[in-house]
Design a protein around this ligand. Sequence first.
Ligand code: BJW
Ligand code: ZN
Length: 278
Amino acid sequence: MTGPELAEAGRLLAAARRPVVFTGAGMSAESGVPTFRDAQTGLWQRYDPQELATPAAFRADPALVWGWYEARRRGVRRARPNPGHRAVAAIAARLPETVVITQNVDDLHERGGVPAPVRLHGSLFAPRCSACARPAPVPPDLPPPADPPVPPGGPEPHGGVESHAPEPPDGPLIPPACAGCGAPVRPGVVWFGEALPETALSAAVEAASACDLLLTVGTSALVHPAAEIPLVAARLGAPVVQVNPVPTPLDAICAVNLRGPAGEVLPALVRAAWPDAG
Ligand code: BJW
Ligand code: ZN
């Protein structure tokens, strides 16, 4: 990331009234939540998505799949929003028409100060019946550490993972039964081959069509139809600014590519847009 690129992105953000912030797994990487496709650390380097993230995988081995998602949910509960999540919340506070669209299934945007992001791929915290779709309670677990309050204008708390009381070991876990029909409860996420939630997808397309800036953060832009959201904005003339340490298929349509981690680049971008703020 160079000074002129940051200055240009800051100028675009300061001029925007209806920005969209479109996020992927890289947004939460500095909170300790693994991405999917990064070399060394990505989940799909260690696990086969066909065995864990498809409806057929759940039918074949519900305990394997449920146990894997419960372990990930516990990991997310221990994680804290990082300065990038706080910076997205600062943008939304400054520009009330901001729409945050996320592919992430964690709850770090909410805990970072964005109350209702548009969720394209569901949530680890919304289990439902695999047969009748009745919402099911999130299994009880130990309370997470409280997120520290952000002092107005004060230093931003750092993200990261905190350890706390002992938890069940990772591994297969028989899913609870639906209170309505008795079928196994499944994670409330969108698996390969499943349709995205219609309301969320329409809201995302509508926001991307109407935005005057799209900021894409921490996504490889390989998974469709989500990856088309920045393309919709670009096609209709909105500038696209990308935050990612490495190139992606979106590079070519971006007005500015800010190479670097979200937890550092986004706070710098907010400072570049509004030098007088906090
Ligand atoms: C940092 C950083 C830091 C690191 N700071 N950055 C068109 C073409 C080809 C295929 C298809 C197509 N249309 C549909 C398909 C099929 C398929 C698909 O896209 N496959 C491709 C992978 C080939 N899509 C689907 O199946 C979708 N459904 C569908 O199309 O349904 C059709 C249908 C219609 C009607 C009826 C029925 C069906 C569903 C896709 C669901 C995706 N689900 C997952 C799992 C969710 C649950 C779970 O968590 O387990 O969603 S897959 C996974 O990928 C997850 C993510 O949301 C998604 C996107 O990944 P993301 O966020 O981009 O992460 P990474 O790891 O790929 O990238 C991280 C990036 O961060 C990298 O670039 C790093 O450099 C960067 N980074 N550190 C900033 N600190
Ligand atoms: Zn049911």
